[in-house]
Each structure stands twice: as structure tokens, then as C-alpha cells.
Design a protein around this ligand. Structure first.
Ligand SMILES: Cc1cc2nc3c(=O)[nH]c(=O)nc-3n(C[C@H](O)[C@H](O)[C@H](O)COP(=O)(O)OP(=O)(O)OC[C@H]3O[C@@H](n4cnc5c(N)ncnc54)[C@H](O)[C@@H]3O)c2cc1C
Ligand code: SF4
Ligand code: SF4
Length: 433
């Protein structure tokens, strides 16, 4: 792996990311698949790594122009937040708060089935039924096994439910963006914050993407863990998921958070809890998630999340989303859904968001210090811009900032972010695992 020249402690450094391998081998890739779409078809393919993440691999030497384009659009290393524009109601942590509400889908069956309160699916349903978009790009179960997710272009409102719920597993949803754009129809994107960052990067480069992608929504996102983390759920119950591939897996949903349910091909049904999933699993959080500058969807038209006080569920609830309309179209769509009785909404204060998402407030305040620590530790420096980094950091004491910086530096020196062995056991998506 090429680690850029690091001067002795106290730097300055700092090389930028220049090639696909810089991104992947330094841990800044989160596997969205967008790089496959900005080069000649087939030049880059996505595959599972030995530790159960999805990463791209070039099938031929990439041209300098291709490498440059990848680094410009890749949301792993290029995130351009909203803070360089005129914000209506700016908040350093949460972005443009044109409207903050709590709420849920009015359809009780959808609310029950969905991840939280069914808001994302209800909005997608509105977009399709009102013909504002021809289809929605989201993910649904598919691919290598029951824990994999495939991007899908959904045209029928009733099919949206197949992709509802949170899928805490690797997927490469933007690997479908060229196919989606080629249809020449207006569409919406309903994916993770980093996927939306990729979409925005593409829109800056590509007039067709600007014209056709007319709505984006996302969830607050703690991480996408490796597939191996979820395999542990089966191993703890005496099932080896590699020998007996699961036939279905639900991380959460059917309640809030709802049970975790795995099924094996021979009909066994294995149950667990959401808290077990997060607390007992060796969650192999991707490195990129630990320094994520925007895991809350600052660039999306609408962003939603859970509303558990303190950030973790105590028992079951009916499911209520925190919802932020960030843009004019986000506000307009939210109000249309409310007016048509699709969403039940209640006013909420910005600081209430802090109380139900404390981990995201911490991450926003500390991301710049973490990135600096990582750069001093030897990783190239990403282009994370217009993210209110200084205003966010002002929310931490000097000691807290030093801890975030020092912790990041120490972790990188101990090898985190080093994914030089990514390709050792890499298997193309779709090939036998
Ligand atoms: C990876 C991940 C991390 C999360 N981390 C947090 C968190 O830190 N804090 C928090 O409050 N909530 C988190 N959530 C849950 C989130 O709160 C809910 O998904 C959100 O509130 C939407 O709920 P809903 O009922 O409106 O969604 P639903 O109506 O069930 O719709 C879910 C939508 O999300 C899409 N989706 C699901 N999984 C993925 C995926 N892996 N990649 C891309 N798109 C996907 C679906 O295709 C669908 O469009 C996370 C969810 C995911 C998928
Ligand atoms: S983050 Fe996305 S665009 Fe960047 S290298 Fe990884 S798969 Fe490619
Ligand atoms: S934490 Fe950030 S990088 Fe990680 S999956 Fe979520 S949005 Fe993407």
C-alpha cells in the first residue's frame, strides 16, 4: 500500500487522494459503487472482501483522467456540505433546518413493518403515486445471500415495502446509477447519507444527473457493519452461515425496533433483539464511518432517524421518526405528505434532535479533529468542505478535541484505516463466495 510521506510528529503532511487504490487501501471507501459508474463499463467491479465488506477493484489499469474523476465524485473522500450556500435556518450540527418534526406514516401497517415509523417509505409512495417521479432507487434483499442488498428501481408503490426496514449490511447502491440515468426519467434516491453525498458529487459533474434526480432522502446512519458481524448472530446460535447459508434475515422492523430474525434454508427461525445485535456482535465498523463528516444527511432533501431518548431503545414502541426538511423541495414534499394525510407530524425543536441522536452530535463535533489525526497518522487528506467543521468543533472543549485528535492518530498508527489486504480474499459480487 502506498501511504503518503508522513513527516515526523507535528507534520504538516498532507497528500490528497489521487487514485482508487489510495481510497480503498487507506480505508476511506465505504463501498457505494459510484466509481464503477464514472469509468468505462466493466473497468471496475465490486466485490466482497474477506471480512465481509464490499469494495471496488479495477480490472485494468485506470487512466489518469479516470482516477481524477473517481476522486472527485467518490463520497468516501469528497464531501461538499451545504454550508457554502445561503441556508434558511442554519444549525452547525444539523444543517439547514427548514422544518424539524417528529412523525410517522399514517398507514399503521406500514408504520409497523418499517424500520422506524415508515416515513421514508410513505414519502417514496407519495412521490410515485403523485407521479412526481417515475421510480425510486433504493435497496432490497438480494445478491450473494440473504444478508446482501441489491439496488432496485421501484416503480410500483406496493413494491417499496420490499426495501423497507434497515439493512445493516454491505451494498453498492450507486452501482445502478448509470442504468437509472439511462432511462431518461425523473427519479428519487432513498439511500444512506454517504450515498446521497455521492449523488450530489455526480450532480455537480453531470447535467443529466442534475435534471433527472429530483429528490433525495436518507436516514441518520451509525455505520454499515461488515456481513461477518451479522453472521455472528447465526454462529452464536450454533449455525455456521457459510455452510448453511441463511434464507432470510431481518435486522429490525415489524415493530420498533422489532425483533432480529434469521431463517435457515432448513426452516429454522432464530430470534434476537436489536440491543443484542448492537451490543453483543463484534461490529466491524468500517473505518470510513469512524471519521464520517456527514452521517446525518446534510445534503439530502429530507433526512430521518430514530427518536429513542439517549439514542438507544428501551423496549418496543410504535415507531416515531425524527424528520428534517433541509431544502425547499424537501419542505414542500413533507408538507404535501402531511396535507394528504400520509404522514402524522408534530413540531419539534432543533435541540431535541441532540437528545435523541447524541452520538451523531459527538461525531459532527469531532469529525474534523479525527480526520486531522488520521492525516497526521499517515492517511491522505480527504476533501471534506462546507461542513461547518469549525462551528461544530466549537461545541467541544480543548480537552475533548485533543482526545478526538489523539485517539484518531493513535488508532491509525495502530493500523486502523489500513486496508492494504483488501484484495487478498476479494470475490466479485455475483461470483461463488
Ligand atoms: C445503515 C443504517 C444505519 C442507521 N443508523 C442509524 C442511526 O445512527 N441513528 C438512527 O436514528 N437511525 C439509524 N438507522 C435507522 C433509521 O433511523 C431508519 O432507517 C430511518 O429512521 C428510516 O426509518 P423509516 O421507518 O422511515 O424507514 P423505512 O420506511 O423502513 O425505509 C427505509 C429506507 O432505507 C433504505 N435502506 C435500508 N437499508 C439501507 C442500506 N443499507 N443502504 C441504503 N439504503 C437503505 C430502504 O431502501 C428504504 O428506502 C440506520 C439505518 C441504516 C440502514
Ligand atoms: S466510496 Fe464509492 S466511489 Fe469511493 S472508492 Fe468506494 S465504492 Fe468507489
Ligand atoms: S457512517 Fe457515514 S460513511 Fe458510514 S455508512 Fe453511514 S453515512 Fe456512510
Amino acid at each position: 500500500m502506498e501511504r503518503r510521506a508522513v513527516e515526523a510528529m507535528g507534520g504538516p503532511l498532507v497528500a490528497e487522494f489521487e487514485r482508487l487504490t489510495d481510497i480503498v487501501e487507506n480505508g476511506y471507501c465505504m463501498g457505494c459503487g459510484l466509481c464503477t459508474q464514472v469509468v468505462e463499463p466493466g473497468a471496475i467491479e465490486m466485490g466482497f472482501t474477506g471480512n465481509g465488506q464490499i469494495r471496488p477493484r479495477a480490472r485494468r489499469a485506470l487512466e489518469p483522467g479516470e482516477e481524477a474523476r473517481i476522486c472527485r465524485v467518490c463520497p468516501g473522500v469528497s464531501v461538499n456540505g451545504p454550508f457554502d450556500g445561503a441556508l434558511e435556518r442554519p444549525d452547525a450540527v444539523w444543517g439547514d433546518l427548514r422544518r424539524v418534526v417528529s412523525g410517522h406514516a399514517a398507514d399503521a401497517a406500514l408504520r409497523f413493518r418499517a424500520s422506524t415509523g415508515g416515513v421514508m417509505t410513505a414519502i417514496n409512495r407519495y412521490l410515485l403515486e403523485s407521479a412526481r417521479v417515475a421510480f425510486v432507487l433504493q435497496v432490497e434483499p438480494g445478491g450473494a445471500d440473504a444478508l446482501s442488498s441489491d439496488p432496485v428501481l421501484v416503480r410500483e408503490p406496493e413494491r417499496l415495502l420490499d426495501g423497507a426496514q434497515s439493512r445493516y449490511g454491505a451494498s453498492a447502491p450507486l452501482a445502478a446509477i448509470r442504468e437509472a440515468l439511462a432511462l431518461g426519467e425523473r427519479f428519487a434516491v432513498s439511500l444512506k447519507p454517504c450515498d446521497i453525498a455521492g449523488v450530489r458529487n455526480l450532480q455537480r459533474e453531470d447535467a443529466c444527473a442534475r435534471e433527472l434526480i429530483v429528490f433525495t432522502q436518507t436516514m441518520f446512519c451509525g455505520t454499515v457493519p461488515s456481513r461477518e458481524s451479522s453472521f455472528e448472530f447465526f454462529r452464536r446460535r450454533g449455525v455456521d452461515p457459510r455452510r448453511e447459508p441463511p434464507s432470510a434475515f431481518q435486522w429490525r422492523g415489524n415493530g420498533c425496533p422489532g425483533p432480529t430474525v434469521g431463517q435457515t434454508a432448513d426452516g429454522q427461525v432464530l430470534e434476537g433483539t436489536y440491543n443484542e445485535l448492537w451490543n453483543d456482535n463484534p461490529w466491524t465498523t468500517q473505518y470510513r464511518c469512524k471519521i464520517c463528516p456527514d452521517a446525518i444527511g446534510l445534503q439530502a432533501d429530507i433526512a430521518t432517524g430514530d427518536t429513542w431518548p439517549g439514542g438507544a431503545p428501551v423496549g418496543e414502541s410504535e415507531g416515531t421518526n425524527a424528520i428534517i426538511a433541509h431544502t425547499a423541495i424537501g419542505l414542500e414534499v413533507l408538507e404535501a405528505c402531511e396535507r394528504e394525510g400520509r404522514l402524522v407530524l408534530r413540531a419539534a425543536e432543533p435541540r431535541w434532535l441532540d437528545s435523541v441522536q447524541p452520538h451523531h452530535v459527538r461525531l459532527r463535533r469531532s469529525f474534523a479533529a479525527r480526520v486531522e489525526g488520521a492525516s497526521l497518522g499517515g492517511l491522505p487528506t480527504p476533501r471534506f468542505e462546507a461542513l461547518a467543521a469549525e462551528a461544530c468543533a466549537a461545541g467541544l472543549s480543548e480537552t475533548e478535541l485533543a482526545d478526538a485528535f489523539g485517539g484518531s492518530l493513535k488508532r491509525v498508527r495502530a493500523g486502523q484505516g489500513d486496508e492494504a489486504d483488501t484484495y487478498d480474499d476479494w470475490v466479485a459480487v455475483g461470483a461463488p463466495q
